[in-house]
Ligand binder design. Structure first.
Ligand code: ZN
Length: 117
């Protein structure tokens, strides 16, 4: 996301003003237009959580989500991947979205024991 801010600055005293009249100079003065562009840079991070069953060494589920690089040249910004594995319910879910959008590239919902890596 890019924000553009335009400021009108009095070229005589440097005070920001709304129109050609400068409140500091108490006169119409030449203006400098100061344009600042700021870009919001999204933090790219991913997280990994494992649900551990009490007394059970093997984890019961896994949730993995966040930003991942994409090997696809059409997706230079990477992808937003969310994967959930629930061993108790025997479910596997994976949703891959174009990063920063709700555009789903692909999704998989299946039984974990039928899931082929
Ligand atoms: Zn001024």
């Amino acid at each position: 996301m890019t924000d553009t801010q335009q400021k009108r600055i009095c070229s005589q005293c440097g005070t920001e003003k709304e129109n050609s009249f400068c409140g500091s100079c108490k006169a119409d003065t030449p203006s400098d237009i100061n344009i600042s562009v700021s870009e919001t840079i999204k933090v790219r991070d991913s997280l990994r959580m494992r649900k551990l069953g009490a007394g059970i060494k093997k984890f019961l589920g896994e949730f993995l989500g966040g930003w991942f690089p994409s090997g696809d040249p059409k997706l230079p910004g990477g992808v937003d991947k969310a994967r959930a594995i629930d061993r108790e319910k025997n479910e596997y879910h994976e949703v891959v979205k174009k990063y920063g959008t709700d555009e789903i590239i692909h999704e998989t919902h299946e039984q974990l024991n039928k899931h082929q890596k």
